[in-house]
Design a protein around this ligand. Sequence first.
Ligand code: ZN
Length: 351
Amino acid sequence: MRMLFILVLSLLFGLQAAEAKPKRAKHRAKPVAAAPYSPAAMEIFGAQKLPSPLAARSFGGYARGCIAGAKPLPIDGPSWQAMRLSRNRNWGHPVLVAYLERLAEDAKAKDNWPGLLVGDMAQPMGGPMLTGHASHQIGLDADVWLTPMPANTLSPQEREDKAATSMLAEDGVSVDPRIWSEGQAKLIKRAASYPEVARIFVHPAIKKALCVWNGDKKEPWLSKVRPWWGHHYHFHVRLACPAGSQGCINQPPAGTDDGCGKEVDSWLKKLKKPPVVATPPAPTTPAKPAKPKKPMTVAQLPAECAALVGLDKKPAAAAAAGIVPVDAVPVPERNPSVAKKSAEKSERKGG
Ligand SMILES: [Zn+2]
């Protein structure tokens, strides 16, 4: 009897030990970088209220980087107003600020556009954001509303509450001629025409409208205007890395195809596909729950970004966070499936 008791006990302990083993092994296998201090970059950069007082420089790629020495776009100008001030995202590289001011002025003087309503640019030190965009991280991206600026100066509250107007018709694949006008077409053409612009992102229906409006003229500005999810309330301007900005990672040049053929048509085809609502067949194996995507850590940004937020001055923390420079992450552009969700998310937030 006693022997049996001992046997049962040892079996139990044996089992426990066997169960505990993989857990310990798993724990040991975890890379040091993940613990004990590996802050989510969106929290660190989202909390920055002011830019770093350094010379202006963009580090990394549009969707993985930060900016030193950002400047604010003044919230009011002769021909622009900054929106959603509570977000504190009216910051950018001085070349972006200068670009927006010039676009606002030129569009008003030469195209009779009443003025720009400027949406999100970047956070004071750039970096990932707690809500919205995947890009806008290095102070070279800006959203400009397709709604003309009203004649009056909007109050801070109005800048929070005012809704942007979608340019889309009810079918979702064409622009609404009662809302979309030549004014918007001219504004986007002008916005794309400056040499510092690398890309402009618009909804596929807007791209199509621009192709039709421009006729058979093969013009380089149209090659820079690319279809993307969302972007029917605003267009997104992306500037190339300013000359001499080491560590800033450009996208490949826009090329010479104006995108008015196969490219835009394939986007529209995707949009026209009816959503699948049929009951899915019973799965033969239980569906594996999708792993939640881990937010980008400060360690995954260029090393200069960790220095900007002072993480390099805490050697232990920096070492634990495994701060090392990382290579550029290419920003997907022609594959619509990749950024659909984030674009839609930012669209809903009026980003
Ligand atoms: Zn944007």
